[in-house]
Design a protein around this ligand. Structure first.
Ligand code: HEM
Ligand code: HEM
Length: 226
């Protein structure tokens, strides 16, 4: 035991993900599944409602990326592309997890997923189904442009799905190759890290609620007044 603690630094649980970021993550997972199911079942009103909820969460996450907890900030997790490639080159090395937030490669993947989500919602706002349903901004553009954006909305869904498949695949690879469980911290917020690791600064949940409320207000204005 003494030898083990000498060769391996002592590890202590540390809060790495705040509750707002975790709730954002698992809520979008459920809502993306529901967005697809609602289209298949032709529950278009619910599809739009689900889309507005994802838009609210996305607006929240963008603002949170500037003023939220340290590990959720873009400036913290978007490191140089070179650092990202260096991280990938060392992927097969089995070592204890020392990452406090997203790793240098994962950060870019997060940005890609957020951008794809924004494009999915952005095109949805202008889409129509040649029937009773259209996004709230569809009436402000010519019908043929709305038709093309509807087509793009359908294609983007599969691009988003492909990216999500890679995302989940990488999480599984971390578990299998590096023996690192990234899912538990996304559920509980906590990760075991070397005792000397400085704890990331966490932002207030009240601030998160205020940003969420402001995001909902913006989306409500777009949905009802556009
Ligand atoms: C609709 C499907 C999904 C989407 C759109 C998605 C998107 C994202 C995004 C945007 C983040 C960054 C979180 C943030 O900083 O706000 C993230 C992180 C993460 N996701 Fe997902 N995700 C999906 C499904 C899943 C599933 C099914 C799992 C579990 C296997 C998962 C596990 C994780 C983990 C572990 C992280 C943190 C990675 C790290 O430690 O850096 N995700 N995901
Ligand atoms: C995460 C967000 C979203 C996802 C995953 C999603 C997914 C989808 C999918 C898979 C389709 C079927 C496309 C096809 O049949 O080719 C669709 C259609 C549609 N979506 Fe969304 N959507 C989202 C957000 C939105 C938003 C925010 C709106 C508008 C407020 C919207 C409005 C529509 C409309 C009007 C259609 C019918 C277009 C057509 O039949 O081609 N969607 N969506």
């Amino acid at each position: 035991m003494a030898l083990r603690s000498f060769t391996q630094p002592m590890q202590l649980p540390m809060r790495v993900w705040d509750a707002p970021t975790r709730l954002f993550h698992w809520a979008i997972v459920l809502l993306i599944v529901f967005s697809y199911v609602s289209v298949q079942a032709n529950w278009m009103e619910l599809h739009l409602l689900s889309g507005y909820t994802v838009l609210t969460l996305l607006l929240f996450r963008i603002v949170w990326g500037f003023v939220g907890s340290e590990t959720s900030r873009f400036a913290r997790f978007l490191r140089s592309p070179l650092a990202g490639m260096r991280h990938l080159a060392e992927f097969t090395r089995r070592a204890p997890d020392t990452e406090v937030g997203h790793n240098a490669a994962g950060g870019w993947m997060v940005l890609l997923m957020l951008l794809l989500l924004a494009a999915q919602i952005g095109t949805g706002l202008f889409s129509n189904d040649d029937g009773a349903t259209e996004g709230p901004l569809a009436k402000h553009v010519p019908k043929d442009l709305s038709d093309r954006l509807s087509g793009l909305h359908g294609i983007l869904f599969w691009v988003l799905l492909g990216t999500i498949a890679v995302h989940v695949g990488v999480v599984v690879l971390y578990a299998v190759v590096k023996k690192q469980n990234l899912v538990r911290p996304m559920l509980t917020g906590k990760k075991r890290l070397p005792a000397a690791t400085p704890a990331p600064r966490m932002a207030s949940s009240l601030l998160a609620l205020a940003i969420l409320a402001a995001s909902a207000l913006v989306v409500w204005a777009v949905a009802t007044r556009a």
